[in-house]
Design a protein around this ligand. Structure first.
Ligand SMILES: Nc1ncnc2c1ncn2[C@@H]1O[C@H](COP(=O)(O)OP(=O)(O)O)[C@@H](O)[C@H]1O
Ligand SMILES: [Mg+2]
Length: 471
């Protein structure tokens, strides 16, 4: 039998590479994609530098991660590079380094050092002018004595990688790269970048992930994490977390949901703190869902079509976290800017967020009035989901308030507040000396003193008790 030889059709380099520049990145999301790579490489320090020098302006991202050998850099620069991902990896398509970078610049250089004992640095670049000339997928080696100092200097002391962008046509526009307009534009982009990195990587910057804590420097200044849930505010309510199993094409995983209700303006510790908590898109647009993939924020606010933003519900912010194994279920895009809530978990999520939103609305409408005993009404419906909190607390309703750890790891005081209008348990509490204890307070106290396996039992008992009391 004669063997049929298939024709390999190599795409036109100069045409395809141009179209790959438009994958939906902006400056901030492009830099964030490089930082994902640094985190995956185990870096603890990441220096982002943005230099305005007209035509010669440049951006660099230097990390102290494990670095790459010469062969590894070549593979890293390949579109659709092949890598072994583990479950925690922030990378996904083997494209980010190239597509994020070329969305902003015409020359992308990568220098790396992988041997802590040997100071050998290898470097290559993609140059769009060269591709235009030769119409081949060719990267160019960069000799040590031709390397820009910013590619070399960060690697003199330790292993790591430097990514550098030059010919910033998409950032500066090429008509007046030296003009005042270009300078101001770059300054504004730097401010937006700082806000974006502070938000997207806040869990890594605080050091609350299972990976190493990182520090990001932007032009020498360390980026301070922005916590969307204002957990350092004593009046922030951290409600019980919920876990929803999610299955998609034979892959199953868990989606973790953690609701918060932020304090109304007059209960914030100060005006500055209130302004700071409002976030890059401000209070109204920052309400809603914060979707994390492997602890890295993908979506910050909005309700993913489950409801609409509303001034009255702006205090509700809800963290939804999943691991990359559920990428296909969440349909993450290349620029890691967009996910879709899987259809099969939309209803359970809706049931979890409804009572949270109600509580947020009540808190907004009646911020600081004392609670008034009122007849018992039915508690909110039980979400039909497995609810194993972290710490493992099982609850029928996510609207109970529990203590939480603040970002520095210190236990925070238990928040005990009643929102008038919300099914109130104050009239069914116990009197102890002067104090009337609510069921919620008793449960929280008991759970705080209990071992993890006891908490589930306590939670179940209280759920039953509430059902009995509400008739
Ligand atoms: N800063 C870095 N340090 C070490 N290796 C890196 C770095 N940046 C990229 N790489 C390597 O290059 C590969 C390709 O990166 P990228 O194009 O962003 O795709 P992805 O992150 O989806 O794998 C990564 O998987 C990694 O092996
Ligand atoms: Mg990547």
């Amino acid at each position: 039998m004669s063997e049929v030889k298939n024709d390999e059709l190599i795409p036109s380099a100069k045409r395809l590479i141009k179209s790959l520049r438009d994958m939906g990145y902006d400056f901030s999301t492009a830099v964030a994609d490089l930082i994902d790579n640094s985190i995956d490489a185990g870096a603890t320090e990441i220096h982002v530098n943005v230099q305005f020098e007209g035509d010669d302006s440049w951006v660099s991202v230097a990390d102290n991660g494990r670095g790459m050998t010469t062969a590894e850099i070549r593979e890293a620069l390949r579109f659709g590079s092949e890598t072994e991902y583990d479950v925690k990896n922030l990378g996904k398509f083997g494209l980010g380094l190239k597509t994020a970078s070329l969305s902003q610049c015409q020359v992308l250089s990568v220098a790396s050092r992988s041997d802590p004992k040997e100071s050998k640095i290898s470097a290559f670049c993609w140059d769009l002018d060269h591709i235009e000339r030769v119409n081949r997928w060719e990267i160019l080696p960069i000799k040590m004595d031709e390397m820009h100092r910013m590619l070399r200097e960060p690697l003199l002391k330790s292993t790591g990688t430097v990514v550098m962008w030059q010919k910033l046509d998409r950032i500066l526009g090429y008509k007046h790269p030296y003009g005042e307009f270009a300078r101001k534009r770059m300054a504004t982009m730097c401010r937006e970048l700082e806000d974006h990195l502070a938000m997207v990587f806040h869990r890594f910057l605080i050091g609350e992930t299972q990976r190493k804590k990182i520090t990001i420097y932007l032009n020498g200044n360390s980026v301070r994490p922005w916590d969307p849930f204002a957990r350092s505010e004593s009046k922030t309510q951290c409600l019980l977390s919920t876990e929803i199993p999610c299955e998609f094409e034979e892959i199953s995983g868990i989606v973790h949901i953690q609701p918060f209700i932020l304090p109304p303006k007059d209960e914030f510790s100060g005006r500055d703190a209130w302004e700071h908590a409002s976030g890059p898109k401000k209070w109204n647009q920052q309400q809603g869902l914060y979707i994390y993939r492997g602890d890295r924020l993908i979506q910050s606010g909005g309700w993913s079509r489950l409801r609409t933003v509303d001034e009255h519900t702006k205090l509700a912010r809800i963290a939804i976290s999943f691991n990359p194994e559920l990428d296909d279920a969440f349909k993450i895009n290349v620029a890691k800017m967009r996910v879709q809530l899987p259809v099969q978990i939309q209803e359970p999520i809706q049931r979890v967020i409804e009572p949270v939103v109600k509580r947020a609305r009540d808190r907004y409408d009646r911020p600081s009035k004392p609670s008034v005993p009122r007849p018992i009404s039915n508690p909110p419906p039980n979400p039909p989901v497995v609810t194993t909190g972290n710490p493992p607390i099982t609850s029928s309703s996510p609207t109970q308030i529990t203590s939480h750890e603040n970002p520095t790891g210190q236990a925070r005081p238990i928040v005990q507040e009643h929102t008038p209008g919300y099914p109130d348990t104050s009239q069914v509490g116990l009197v102890n000396k002067e104090k009337l204890w609510t069921l919620e307070e008793i449960q929280t106290k008991l759970e705080a003193a209990a071992e993890p396996d006891e908490r589930q039992i306590i939670s179940r008992v209280f759920t039953k008790l509430r059902r009995l009391l509400s008739g």
